[in-house]
Design a protein around this ligand. Structure first.
Ligand code: SF4
Length: 423
């Protein structure tokens, strides 16, 4: 197969000629390297609005103890799209040369060659390292001559044989020179499921692996974007913000005390939840599928920092509570051990749900009265008749008129004049 570049749209000159095919790259049907493809695509698709010192930033995506759910989430991101980051079509931002095990064109030695150049300092471009999955204790696997998770091979100087290189080892090598290190997903940010009680792998988070003293080449601690899987937009938006900072066209994004993008993780799920009104009125679901607040069947939303109820899962659609799922705290450092057993009411919710039940029992009837009154046209109040055949009461009663009178007096109080025709 031959890659044919689309005609240039905004680039001033013609795109570079297609590179010659590279022989000996198993599985690389395109016949060009990932970096060459990125150069080709960006010359054809990228904007002429590049601003700042960097034209291209490499992203090395390493996977440890992972299910690849984070990769899938990022592929679905829409604001911005990963395609826009890769093509450099976001105004002012550089092109991303992404090296990802599932997307890279090359295989084998050619795959790890850019990582080797980065470690040696001959990449001639800045790079960011993204880690998906938790980092297992490779010394445990090495005891039996194996590994938990590896990318590529090195020649073992002692035995002269090829030996798999754990992704943890790549992180150790790449971290000091990286412009930024980003942990994506709860396994990488806090350890997650692979680090749960009883695991045999010694898995840990990237923060635990690199230590509290770690700073990237630009002085950043590990950036954490949690979630299992995370909202894809949370990742692409953060990457775009960090790239803007690297280009000198934006401020350093604000991160909270655990390295989370502060503007994405400072609110609780509960505050943006579609069901929060039910909680406030003390009305709760009894089983999955009910439309009310899910706290009594195990929702931890009131204490969990996550934006999925407002951002949605993909393209502002879906998201746990929006589609009937109780929040099990997957973005939090204590997940999963501090949130189990799942689907059981959190102990702290007993106090707040009891209080909202009590206040709700007063407030709901009062709201019903106001709602019934606001559901009548002013004309119907004047004529005393509600037309239509859908089942609404057809007569305006004396009680209705009395309620309307007093409610309107309260409504107008302090406003300095009449409001509305019947006011
Ligand atoms: Fe809060 Fe969960 Fe109830 Fe939504 S379902 S209102 S997040 S407790």
């Amino acid at each position: 197969m031959t890659i044919t570049a689309p005609p240039p749209t905004t680039a001033p000159g013609p795109p570079p000629a297609l590179p010659v095919r590279h022989e000996g790259r198993a599985g690389n049907v395109a016949g060009i390297s990932q970096e060459e493809w990125v150069d080709l695509a960006s010359a054809a698709l990228g904007p002429a609005s590049l601003d700042g010192p960097f034209e291209k930033v490499h992203v090395f995506w390493l996977a440890g103890m992972s299910c690849d759910g984070c990769s899938i989430a990022v592929l679905g991101a829409t604001a911005p799209k990963i395609e826009d980051l890769l093509a450099g079509s976001l105004p002012g931002l550089p092109v991303l040369a992404l090296h990802h095990t599932a997307l890279q064109l090359e295989a084998g030695d050619a795959y790890v060659a850019p990582m080797r150049r980065a470690v040696e300092g001959t990449l001639n471009a800045p790079y960011v390292v993204v880690y998906e999955g938790s980092i297992a204790d490779e010394s445990l696997a090495a005891e039996t001559g194996g590994y938990w998770s590896a990318i590529g091979e090195d020649l073992d100087p002692l035995t002269g044989e090829l030996k798999s290189v754990p992704s943890a080892e790549w992180m150790r090598r790449l971290a000091p020179g990286a412009a930024a290190v980003i942990a994506i997903g709860t396994c990488a940010t806090w350890g997650g499921v692979p680090a749960a009680f009883g695991n045999v792998t010694g898995s840990m988070s990237l923060m635990d692996f690199l230590g509290g003293e770690y700073r990237s080449a630009l002085g950043l601690s590990v950036v954490n974007i949690p979630g299992c899987s995370p909202v894809g937009d949370n990742f692409t938006e953060t990457v775009a913000a960090v790239l803007g900072f690297l280009q000198g066209i934006g401020p350093l994004p604000e991160f909270d005390e655990l390295g989370r993008p502060a503007w994405l993780f400072s609110e609780t799920v509960h505050r943006g939840c579609l069901r929060a009104g039910y909680y406030e009125e003390g009305v709760f679901a009894h089983q999955a599928g009910d439309r009310e607040c899910l706290v009594e069947i195990g929702c931890w939303g009131p204490v969990v920092q996550c934006n999925i109820t407002s951002r949605g899962a993909i393209n502002h659609i879906g998201g746990c509570m929006n589609v009937g799922g109780a929040c099990i705290g997957c973005t939090m450092p204590g997940f999963p051990d501090k949130f189990t057993p799942f689907y059981k009411a959190p102990p702290g919710s007993m106090v707040s749900s009891t209080i909202s039940r009590l206040t709700g029992s007063f407030i709901r009837p009062l709201r019903k009265i106001s709602q019934r009154d606001r559901n009548r046209e002013v004309r119907w109040d004047e004529t005393g008749v509600v037309p239509g055949g859908w089942g609404a009461p057809t007569k305006v009663t004396l009680v209705d008129r009395g309620m309307d009178f007093f409610y309107n007096r309260l409504r107008r109080a302090g406003s300095g004049g009449k409001t509305g025709r019947a006011g």
